[in-house]
Write a protein that binds this ligand. Structure first.
Ligand SMILES: N[C@@H](CCC(=O)N[C@@H](CS)C(=O)NCC(=O)O)C(=O)O
Length: 264
C-alpha cells in the first residue's frame, strides 16, 4: 500500500526504538528518524501519543501517531504489507517472541542504569548526543533533578534490579534452550521458521544493550560496555548473547545510515 512519509521518534539509547528502526531498515521502508533528548521527550510524546504515555518509539504518518512498539509493528504489518520479515502463516509465533522479549525491556534498562548512574558524565554525553545547544544546557543544569526522578520512574533500586536480573536470566536461559533445540533438529539459528524474521529482530534488539554488538553506535562503544553493561558480563559469553552479536553481524546492516534529525 502506498503511504505517507513516516517519522520515527526515538531516544538514541532506547532498545524498543532500535527494534522499530531495524524493522523499517530491514523492510526498506523509508522514514525520517527524530532523536529526542531524554526528559525533553516527555511532553511531545505525551501529546502526540494521546495514550497518557510518554514513551518512545512513536511513529507518525500524516496526522496518525502510533505509540508503543507492538502497536507500531501491527500498524506496519497492516499498512506496509506484506512484510518480508513477517510471513502471515508465522505471524502469531513471531509476535509471541516479540511479547516475551518486550517483557524484559524495562528490566534491562533498570539493570543497566544502576551501574550507569555511577557515571554521570557518560549518561549526560549519551543523553545529549542529538541535543540542541539549549537542550544540552538544560540537561546539564537540570540533571541533578532529572536523575532522581528517572530513578523513581524506572525503579532503579537494588531490590528491583535483583528482580530484573532474575527475569533477564530466565529469558536468556529460554533463548539458550531454543538455540540448543534448533541445533539438535539441525535447523538454522532463527527463532521462528527456517528464515530470518521479525522474531529475530525483536529478540536481538531488546537484548542488544546487554550483548553490546559492535555494529550498534551506542551499545557497541567500549565505554558503554565497561560502565553500563559491566554487570552483564555474567552472560557475555552465553550462547544467547553470542547469538545476538551474530544476528547483528549478519543481518543488521548499518545503524543510522542516515543520522537522525534533532527535534524541531
Ligand atoms: N511498551 C513500550 C515501552 C517503550 C519504553 O519503555 N520506552 C522507553 C525507552 S526504551 C521510554 O520511552 N522511556 C521514557 C519514558 O517512559 O518516558 C513500547 O514497546 O514501545
Amino acid at each position: 500500500m502506498a503511504n505517507r512519509a513516516l517519522t520515527l521518534f526515538t531516544i538514541n539509547m532506547s532498545h524498543y526504538s532500535e527494534k522499530i528502526r531495524w524493522l523499517l531498515d530491514y523492510e526498506e521502508i523509508p522514514y525520517q528518524e527524530i532523536a529526542l533528548t531524554p526528559a525533553l521527550h516527555t511532553l511531545p510524546m505525551w501529546f502526540k501519543g494521546r495514550r497518557a504515555l510518554t514513551t518512545v518509539p512513536l511513529l507518525q504518518s500524516g496526522k496518525t501517531c502510533i505509540q508503543d512498539s507492538p502497536r507500531i509493528v501491527s500498524w506496519l504489518a497492516g499498512h506496509h504489507s506484506p512484510l518480508d520479515s513477517m510471513p502471515s502463516e508465522k505471524q502469531q509465533e513471531i509476535l509471541a517472541v516479540q511479547q516475551r522479549f518486550d517483557a524484559i525491556g524495562k528490566p534491562i534498562a533498570r539493570y543497566l542504569y544502576l551501574p550507569g548512574f555511577a557515571h554521570d558524565a557518560l549518561i549526560r554525553t549519551i543523553w545529549t548526543q542529538f541535543a540542541k545547544p539549549w537542550e544540552r544546557r538544560f540537561i546539564t543544569l537540570a540533571y541533578p533533578l532529572i536523575k532522581p526522578a528517572f530513578r523513581i520512574k524506572l525503579r532503579i533500586y537494588p531490590r528491583a534490579v535483583t528482580q530484573a536480573e532474575q527475569l533477564i536470566d530466565a529469558e536468556i536461559r529460554w533463548l539458550e534452550q531454543r538455540l540448543q533445540q534448533l541445533e539438535k533438529e539441525r535447523k538454522c539459528r532463527y527463532l521462528v521458521g527456517d528464515a530470518f524474521s521479525f522474531a529475530d529482530i525483536a529478540a536481538a534488539s531488546i537484548l542488544a544493550p546487554l550483548a553490546c554488538p559492535p555494529e550498534h553506535p551506542i551499545y557497541g562503544e567500549a565505554e558503554f560496555r565497561a560502565k553500563m553493561a559491566g554487570p552483564a558480563q555474567q552472560w557475555a559469553d552465553s550462547a544467547a548473547l553470542q547469538w545476538v552479536r551474530d544476528i547483528y553481524a549478519e543481518h543488521r546492516g548499518k545503524v543510522w545510515a542516515k543520522l537522525p534529525a534533532k527535534a524541531a
